[in-house]
Design a binder for this molecule. Structure first.
Ligand code: MSP
Length: 522
């Protein structure tokens, strides 16, 4: 078993600009990866773009450019956005990369050699938008194919098929034996139902005559690879040390694999939940090497799906420019429960920033540093008297916050981890209100109490900065800077009492200037 936290996201289609759903998933993966780095674990974070397929070919044709030029332009907008949002991945998976195409071809050749592929003529309805054949299962209650399939045409075609159906019982057994493989639980139940109904094999080729923008088959140049088959392979083609040759040395690969795949709810069934584990099985992966799927929900707009036709697509680039990348990261991580849907609201983004960051945390930092400067020239003295130690221990639940935070991250529940961190912040603010350090400062007999209060507040801010660092890396560094501390952050340091007596604090400058709500630009 590998000790690396290997996390991947879905690779985004480059047939349009990145939207808020793409940004959510990449930021969530980045935050989960940063938490593991904070915990001292080796991390490998893979993300990228899905560049082939009919949709791209059609969009490029419409613009009169070649498909590679078309995807290069859009790919650049994804790369720039992840850079702006501080999404720090270890490798970039772009499916037009020669190494990836080579790996896909070798996989096809191997599956062909081993009798996992066969050629057959198929006729039936085909969704151009989803690039797949439809069966009666896809018909709505009225017997028609719904609008989600876009243009549906009748086709009769010869293609290569991959043997799926014969692995149905294996997959059911795998899911039953390894409940953790699909999270949350209700998604595993959905997948299980779908697998029970699995019949038929997967068409993994498209005739070049109607689709040329894909990876050519190694043993039959009249065909290109079905875009989902191509895209799923990214998880191994870009993994360190993978080689599809039957007897390859995979020791480097196994130091990283299996991955945790972070995906949206729409691509669990059938792609990630059915095709992918069966593809891996066909490639000789053992049951213990089948990756885990962490399935997140969707951001909707006022209860509806975001869509081009409704004209309600939220542009994360605009929001990052308007409010700052960290304000956007904080909103995306705090206002949704992992696995569930949420409604996106720019108003909520501003409210949450102002309430949690500008007011609670920002004021705490400002008040603490100002008081420390005013009463002690910024120099801390660690409490020594038992009654002072008891007082701060009772008022400021540092250990409980850190423990709840870690437990939440183990469940990938980032919103709960943030809640735990902000409970500590709230406790600090209440502590200031109840202890009234400005009054204590007037009484020279209470010098020790004042020291204890200032110390506990600064020390709790240090812990808070560590806890928020996966979500707000820049703000955490700024807080550390004002506390006159050096990063790197480590989760082990999220406990009380690590500041030495005599530690000199810095002076406050606002880290979270309040956002004045303005009318969103039309
Ligand atoms: N290219 C495929 C994935 C191939 S993975 C081998 C794809 N691309 S996508 O661009 O349509 O979607 C990328 C990811 O964004 C998916 O995980 C999808 O669920 C997610 N989201 C798309 N819209 C979303 C929201 N409105 N909200 C949250 N995530 C959303 O599917």
């Amino acid at each position: 078993m590998s000790d690396t936290f290997f996390i991947t996201t879905a690779i985004d289609y480059t047939n349009g600009k990145p939207h808020i759903g793409h940004a959510y998933e990449k930021v969530l993966a980045d935050v989960l990866a940063r938490f593991q780095r904070l915990a001292g674990r080796p991390v490998f974070f893979l993300t990228g773009v899905d560049q082939h397929g009919q949709k791209v070919q059609q969009s490029a044709e419409k613009q009169g450019v070649n498909p590679q030029e078309f995807v290069d332009t859009l790919t650049a907008s994804f790369v720039a956005l992840w850079d702006k949002l501080d999404v720090r991945y270890d490798r970039w998976a772009a499916t037009t990369a020669p190494s990836h195409k080579d790996c896909v071809r070798k996989i096809l050749q191997r599956l062909h050699d081993e009798g996992q592929l066969y050629k057959a003529t198929r006729q039936g309805y085909y969704s151009v938008r989803q690039e797949q054949f439809l069966t009666d299962k896809e018909r709505g209650e009225d017997g028609q194919f719904g609008p989600e399939w876009g243009e549906v045409v009748f086709l009769e075609e010869e293609n290569y098929l991959f043997r799926l159906a014969e692995h149905r019982d294996w997959l059911l057994h795998l899911l039953d034996q390894n409940p953790h493989l699909v999270q949350p639980d209700f998604r595993r139940a959905e997948l299980r139902n779908a697998v029970e109904k699995l019949s038929g094999d997967l068409t993994v080729s498209r005739p070049k005559a109607r689709l040329s923008w894909g990876i050519e088959f190694p043993f039959d140049p009249d065909f290109v690879t079905y875009v989902w088959f191509d895209a799923l392979v990214n998880y191994i083609s870009f993994a360190p040390g993978y080689d599809p040759a039957p007897n390859a040395d995979l020791s480097e690969f196994r130091r990283h694999w299996p991955a945790l795949h972070l995906i949206g709810k729409d691509i669990l069934i059938p792609a990630h939940g059915v095709y992918w584990p069966i593809m891996l099985k066909a490639l000789g992966f053992k049951d213990s090497e089948i990756p885990t799927l962490l399935v997140h929900g969707w951001w909707n707009i006022a209860g509806s799906k975001m869509s081009k036709s409704l004209g309600n697509i939220v542009d994360p680039d605009v929001l990052a420019d308007r409010y700052g990348p960290e304000a956007l990261r904080y909103y995306l991580m705090s206002d949704i429960a992992t696995g569930r849907d949420a409604d996106f609201s720019e108003e909520r983004l501003v409210q949450r920033f102002n309430a949690d960051l500008a007011n609670s945390l920002g004021n705490l930092l400002n008040r603490t540093l100002n008081m420390a400067q005013k009463y002690r020239q910024g120099v801390l003295t660690a409490p020594s008297q038992p009654e002072h130690l008891d007082l701060v221990r009772e008022a400021l639940p540092v250990e409980a916050a850190a423990a709840d935070y870690r437990a939440a991250f183990e469940q990938h529940a980032v919103h709960q981890a943030l809640e735990a961190a902000f409970r500590l912040v709230a406790a600090c603010n209440q502590f200031i209100d109840s202890q009234k350090p400005w009054a204590v400062a007037k009484n020279p007999d209470q010098a020790g109490l004042l020291d204890a209060i200032l110390y506990a507040l600064a020390d709790s801010l240090r812990v808070t900065a560590i806890l928020i660092s996966p979500v707000l890396p820049k703000a955490a560094r700024a807080i550390f800077g004002q506390l006159n501390l050096d990063a790197p952050f480590q989760i082990e340091d999220a406990r009380r009492g690590l500041l030495p007596t005599g530690h000199q604090l810095g002076t406050p400058t606002p880290v979270f200037p309040r956002i004045e709500p303005s009318a969103p630009a039309a």
